[in-house]
Design a binder for this molecule. Structure first.
Ligand code: IMP
Length: 434
C-alpha cells in the first residue's frame, strides 16, 4: 500500500490542488505538512470552485480524513473562515479534519512584524503574501511560539498570549508599525476558535502512523513549491518552511521508511509570484500571453504571476532534491496557440555550462538559459483525456521534457476539471496513484 507525496516542482501554483483532489479518491488520508494560509489550492468541481489555503484538498471527498500536520502554521481566524466556507458548501468538516496539537499558531501581531520586516530600510523585501507566515516560523525556531496544544489549555494559553503579544507589539511599534490591535478582542476570538476546533485537535503523528500500520494509504500534500523551500529554494526569496519532500517527514511525524513515492507537479511552462531570480522569465508579450491564457493571477493575493518557459535544469535540480518518481504536467492547453515553444535545456554563465543550481541569488541571476525551440501544435488540447488523442507536437513536447529531465511524465492535466486529465498507462504514476 503506497503512501505518496505530491508536491510542487517549481515556484508554487503548479495546480497541485486539482491533482490531490483527483487522486485522493485512492487514499484514506490526505495530510498537509508545511506552510499556512499563504498557500492557495484551487479545485474546480463542476461549476463550483474552492480555494483551500490551510485545509488539505482531500476534504472535498467525503469519507476521507484530512490532516493539518505539525509542520504547519495555523491562523485561527483563517482556519475558521475556511471551515465556514466548506460547511456553507455542504462539506462535512467535523469528523473529517484533524489538526496537530504541535502545529504553530499565527497571531495578528505576526503580520505586523512581517510588515516591519518587508519595509525596513536595507532589508531585502521578499514580496511575501503578508500573512505573518515568516515571523510565525521565526518564533517556532526561536522556541518562543505558541502551538495549537497550548490553545487547548486556558491556563497555558492566556499568559503565553500576553507574553508573545507584548513582545510583538513592542517590536512592531519600535519599527513604526502602528496598526490598531485590541488584545482582548483577539484573545476572545482565538478562544472561540479553540472551542470550535477542540474535537479536531489531536496527536496527528500518532493518527497517521497508526493508520499506516493498519494498512491505510496516506497522501502527503505539499504547499508552495521546491524552489520556495527554505533550504533548497532561491534563498532568501523563499517561503519559511520545508516545501520539498523531506518536509513531509518532519511536518507530519511519519518516517521516510513509510513513504513509497514522490510525485512532482509542474506547469507546462513556469511561473513565480513575488521577488527573486527567475532565469526563464518571459518579459515580452509571450509572457503576457501565458498570463492571460493561463489566468496567472495569485489565488491568495491576486497578484499577477511572473511567467516564463519550462526550465529543464531547474526541474533536474527539483528531481534530485525530491527524488521524483513521476511528473504531472499541468496547464498544457495554455500553450495551445503558441507558434513556437522555447524550452530551457541548459544554463550557461560567462560562456561556460552550469550544471548545478547556484546557491546564491547572484549566481542564479547570472544564468543564461539555452533554449531549444519546439513547434507548437496550434490545436486545442483542452479537456483531452487520452494520451493518444494529443496532437503529435504536444506529445513531442512532453517527450522532450521527460527525456531532458530524466523523469517520466506520468500524468497530464488539460483543464481544471477532474475528467480533464490523462494518466499514462503502465507508468510509475499509474502504479503509485491508481
Ligand atoms: P510567504 O510564504 O508569505 O512568506 O512568502 C514568501 C514567498 O513565497 C513570496 O515570494 C510569495 O509570493 C511566495 N509564496 C508563498 N506562498 C505561495 C504559494 O502558495 N504560491 C506561490 N508563491 C507563494
Amino acid at each position: 500500500m503506497s503512501n505518496v507525496i505530491i508536491l510542487g516542482a517549481q515556484w508554487g501554483d503548479e495546480g497541485k490542488g486539482k491533482v490531490v483532489d483527483l487522486f485522493s479518491e485512492r487514499f484514506d488520508i490526505v495530510a498537509r505538512y508545511q506552510g499556512g494560509h499563504n498557500a492557495g489550492h484551487t479545485v474546480r468541481i463542476g461549476d463550483r470552485k474552492f480555494v483551500l489555503k490551510l485545509i488539505p484538498s482531500g476534504i472535498l471527498r467525503s469519507g476521507k480524513q484530512s490532516v493539518i500536520g505539525n509542520g504547519l502554521v495555523v491562523d485561527p481566524s483563517a482556519l475558521l473562515s475556511e471551515i465556514a466556507m466548506l460547511e456553507a458548501a455542504g462539506i462535512t468538516v467535523d469528523g473529517s479534519l484533524f489538526i496537530s496539537n504541535r502545529a504553530q499558531v499565527v497571531l495578528p501581531t505576526h503580520r505586523m512584524l512581517e510588515k516591519a520586516a518587508e519595509t525596513r530600510p536595507g532589508r531585502t523585501a521578499i514580496g511575501t503574501t503578508s500573512r505573518g507566515i515568516g515571523p510565525c516560523y521565526e518564533d517556532k525556531i526561536a522556541r518562543r511560539g505558541m502551538r495549537i496544544g497550548d490553545l487547548m489549555d486556558r491556563a497555558v494559553f492566556e499568559p503565553l498570549f500576553d507574553t508573545i503579544v507584548a513582545e510583538h507589539l513592542a517590536a512592531a511599534r519600535a519599527a513604526g508599525i502602528h496598526d490598531p490591535f485590541d488584545p482582548e478582542a483577539v484573545r476572545a476570538e482565538i478562544e472561540r476558535v479553540a472551542e470550535r476546533i477542540r474535537p479536531m485537535v489531536c496527536d496527528t503523528a500518532r493518527l497517521l502512523n497508526d493508520a499506516i500500520a493498519a494498512g491505510r494509504r496516506v497522501m502527503f500534500e505539499g504547499a508552495q513549491g521546491t524552489m520556495l523551500d527554505v533550504d533548497h529554494g532561491t534563498y532568501p526569496f523563499v517561503t519559511s518552511s520545508s516545501a520539498a519532500a523531506g518536509g513531509a517527514c518532519t511536518g507530519t511525524g511519519v518516517p521516510p521508511t513509510r513513504i513509497h513515492g514522490v510525485i512532482g507537479v509542474a506547469k507546462a511552462y513556469i511561473t513565480r509570484v513575488g521577488g527573486g531570480p527567475f532565469p526563464t522569465e518571459a518579459l515580452d508579450s509571450w509572457g503576457d500571453q501565458i498570463r492571460n491564457r493561463g489566468n496567472e493571477f495569485g489565488s491568495v493575493t491576486g497578484r499577477p504571476r511572473r511567467c516564463g518557459w519550462f526550465d529543464v535544469p531547474l526541474m533536474r535540480y527539483a528531481a534530485m532534491i525530491n527524488g521524483f518518481d513521476s511528473l504531472v504536467i499541468t496547464k498544457l492547453d495554455v500553450l495551445d496557440e503558441m507558434e513556437k515553444i522555447p524550452v530551457c535545456v541548459s544554463y550557461r554563465a560567462g560562456g561556460t555550462e552550469v550544471t548545478d543550481m547556484p546557491p546564491t541569488v547572484k549566481g542564479v541571476a547570472a544564468l543564461e538559459p539555452v533554449y531549444e525551440c519546439l513547434p507548437g501544435w496550434r490545436v486545442s488540447t483542452f479537456g483531452v483525456s487520452s494520451y493518444d488523442d494529443l496532437p503529435p507536437a504536444a506529445r513531442d513536447y512532453l517527450q522532450l521534457l521527460a527525456r531532458h529531465t530524466g523523469v517520466e511524465v506520468g500524468c497530464i492535466s488539460t483543464g481544471p476539471e477532474r475528467n480533464q486529465t490523462i494518466v499514462k498507462p503502465a507508468s510509475r504514476f499509474a502504479r503509485l496513484l491508481t
